[in-house]
Design a protein around this ligand. Structure first.
Ligand SMILES: Cc1cc2nc3c(=O)[nH]c(=O)nc-3n(C[C@H](O)[C@H](O)[C@H](O)COP(=O)(O)O)c2cc1C
Length: 189
């Protein structure tokens, strides 16, 4: 069992990105991994903006990243890039915070014109935090995500396959994690 942290970079209280991350987290947990959610919007804004790592909530957020074997980073596309809220968290992490960790980047956005925001905006920043393993991410159009009353999310068919494939990529990479036993070979009769 690997430990997977999901990080939502949306400042929105009714965030589609956070709903997508819950969906992905549930799928990853079904594969037997431990999933912990972290939402930047729940962190105290003053300490977040001043990078006050002595604040208990900020310290715990940094520790949660340190404990994780893999991190799913989800962001809304704002002004053609990833959210400023996510950047405030990434900025206060130690330079090697993602070393040895697998990272799956996800984004939600309103326009297919910004589908490359993950690759042009987010990927270089994640890479600068030390990870050699950034999986191919996925961008979901906001109109393909419907939040249900119970907090779950329904994905339109156009988005569902891409997200399933992204979860498969993460699960495959976690299969190689030392905490996950390798599948037993079939025994010949
Ligand atoms: C301030 C703001 C700026 C946005 N800028 C873009 C943009 O440049 N490109 C885009 O595709 N969508 C843009 N959007 C749409 C959001 O990315 C999209 O609705 C997203 O799913 C919102 O996610 P959230 O509910 O988690 O915040 C913007 C939305 C807001 C509120």
């Amino acid at each position: 069992m690997a430990h997977v942290l999901t990080v939502s970079g949306s400042p929105s209280a009714s965030s589609r990105t956070a709903a997508l991350l819950r969906h992905v987290g549930d799928r990853v947990a079904e594969r037997g991994h431990r999933v912990t959610p972290l939402a930047v919007r729940d962190l105290p804004p003053g300490p977040l903006l001043s990078a006050d790592v002595s604040d208990p909530a900020i310290r715990e957020a940094v520790a949660a990243v340190e404990r994780a074997d893999a991190v799913v980073v989800g962001t809304p596309v704002y002004k053609a890039s990833f959210s400023g809220a996510l950047k405030t968290l990434l900025d206060l992490l130690p330079q090697s915070a993602l070393t040895g960790k697998t990272v799956l980047p996800l984004a939600t956005g309103g326009s297919p014109a910004h589908v490359l925001a993950i690759d042009y905006g987010l990927r270089p920043v994640l890479s600068s935090l030390g990870t050699d393993s950034i999986l191919r991410g996925w961008f979901v159009l906001d109109r393909h995500l419907t939040r249900e009353a119970d907090g779950s999310v329904t994905l339109a068919a156009e988005a569902a396959q891409g997200i399933d494939d992204a979860v498969d990529r993460l699960a495959l990479s976690l299969g190689a994690h030392p905490g996950v036993p390798a599948p037993r070979p079939a025994v010949a009769a």
